[in-house]
Ligand binder design. Structure first.
Ligand code: P1T
Length: 380
């Protein structure tokens, strides 16, 4: 089955044996009756399994070319489940540019439990090998990274991870399975903040994982059940509905993203535009091979790198909404230094380019003329 068909039908055969409804029903139930202890129809309690969630989990596995999927109450809950595979004394190597909340989870929660994190630039994948020790148990990769849009060579990092018997996880939130499929490139785990493009309508908070390996899936299902950070059935329904238009939404996000990136790069008041589709992006050649297109996310800085100017600019936007999050049909703008990445110390974030004038755009699927006009009036 091709991707566009999988987005609509993947994992969704016979979703309703009772009435043959075309859409997966919302099973808003915490529990299921049993004829005799253990004699039931496959479900006993909704923390361990729920038909609506199971259908979404199969759909997520299907679009990522995995065999098993899991849905959690948020993207961070999904990342949290992956970290629970580890124990005190283990080390994690992570991209140094990543969502501020992921950084906070790693450093403020898991360091306390004796897990060590090394945040490194992975733009040259070979450098990963220099940081591996016998304690390294997980490599965490975001690509494109949030918010600097760095591109990491998934296949190369996966080959290194595999050679040393280390798990490799990819946060695929910015690209989605429409643009890149990390499991096909050798990663063990693919993670999403489904809050973003998978849901697609800014109306749900959810996280997902997909894997190929049965043993790994069993460990993650156990963590999901034992820790309990599951996604609820109504939210699973919303993401199932979102998935059905993922491919058409992503096409327009990519088209609009390209036009906005080009407009900004030609504007005299704009200093840098970070978007992997530019030929002069340092890892454009990798993006070109591992992604099908370049997505709708980009960041830029204004000339002079002035905090107040950046704030004024985002306040003036009218079609773009100033808000955290991304990946919905509507265009959003954010100021990472004071919003999504405020939990990263200033010296750390400035080292990777998250300066005071950096503005991040999630380019939506509105009419491109209105988006450009809005940016023009706000910048000028
Ligand atoms: O918000 P939540 O669903 O828990 O997902 C966390 C998360 C994980 N990974 C990436 C790459 C993310 O961008 C996020 C959430 N990001 C934002 C809210 C944001 O505005 O960047």
């Amino acid at each position: 089955m091709k991707f566009n068909t999988k987005a609509i039908h993947g994992g969704q055969e016979h979703v309703d044996p009772a009435y043959a409804s075309v859409m997966q029903p919302i099973y808003q139930t915490s529990t299921y009756s049993q004829k005799s202890p253990g004699d039931h129809k496959g479900f006993e309690y909704s923390r361990s399994g729920n038909p609506t969630r199971n259908t979404l989990e199969r759909a997520i596995a299907s679009i990522e070319n995995g065999n098993y999927g899991m849905a959690f109450g948020s993207g961070l809950a999904a990342i949290d489940a992956v970290l629970k595979l580890l124990k005190a004394g283990d080390e994690v190597i992570s991209t140094n540019d990543l969502y501020g909340g992921t950084y906070r989870l790693f450093t403020s929660i898991y360091e306390k439990f004796g897990i060590q994190f090394r945040f490194i630039g992975m733009e040259n994948a070979n450098t990963v090998e220099d940081y591996i020790s016998e304690k390294t148990k997980l490599i965490w990769v975001e690509t494109p990274t949030n918010p600097m849009m760095n591109i990491i060579d998934i296949k190369k990092v996966a080959t290194i991870a595999n050679k040393h018997n280390i798990l490799m996880a990819v946060d695929n939130t910015f690209a989605t399975a429409y643009l890149q499929r990390p499991l096909d490139l050798g990663a063990d785990i693919v993670m999403h903040s489904a809050t973003k493009y998978l849901g697609g309508h800014s109306d749900v908070v959810m996280g997902t994982l997909a894997v190929k390996d049965k043993d790994l899936a069993d460990k993650l299902y156990f963590i999901q059940k034992a820790s309990g950070a599951i996604a609820g059935p109504q939210d699973c329904f919303l993401v199932l509905r979102g998935l059905k238009t993922l491919h058409v939404r992503m096409q327009r996000h990519c088209e609009n993203g390209k036009k906005v990136a080009e407009y900004l790069s030609n504007h005299p008041k704009i200093e840098n535009v970070y978007w992997p589709g530019f030929k002069n992006h340092p890892n454009h050649h990798i993006a070109k091979t591992q992604m099908n297109d370049y997505g709708g996310m980009l960041s830029f800085t204004t000339t002079g790198n002035d905090y107040d100017e950046a704030i004024k600019l985002v306040e003036k936007l009218q079609v773009f909404t100033l808000a955290e999050s991304l990946g919905g049909v509507e265009s959003l703008a954010g100021h990472p230094a004071s919003m999504t990445h405020a939990s990263i110390p200033k010296e750390e974030r400035e080292k990777i380019g998250v300066v005071d004038s950096l503005i991040r755009l999630s380019v939506g699927i509105e009419d491109i003329d209105d988006l450009i006009e809005d940016l023009k009036q706000a910048i000028n």
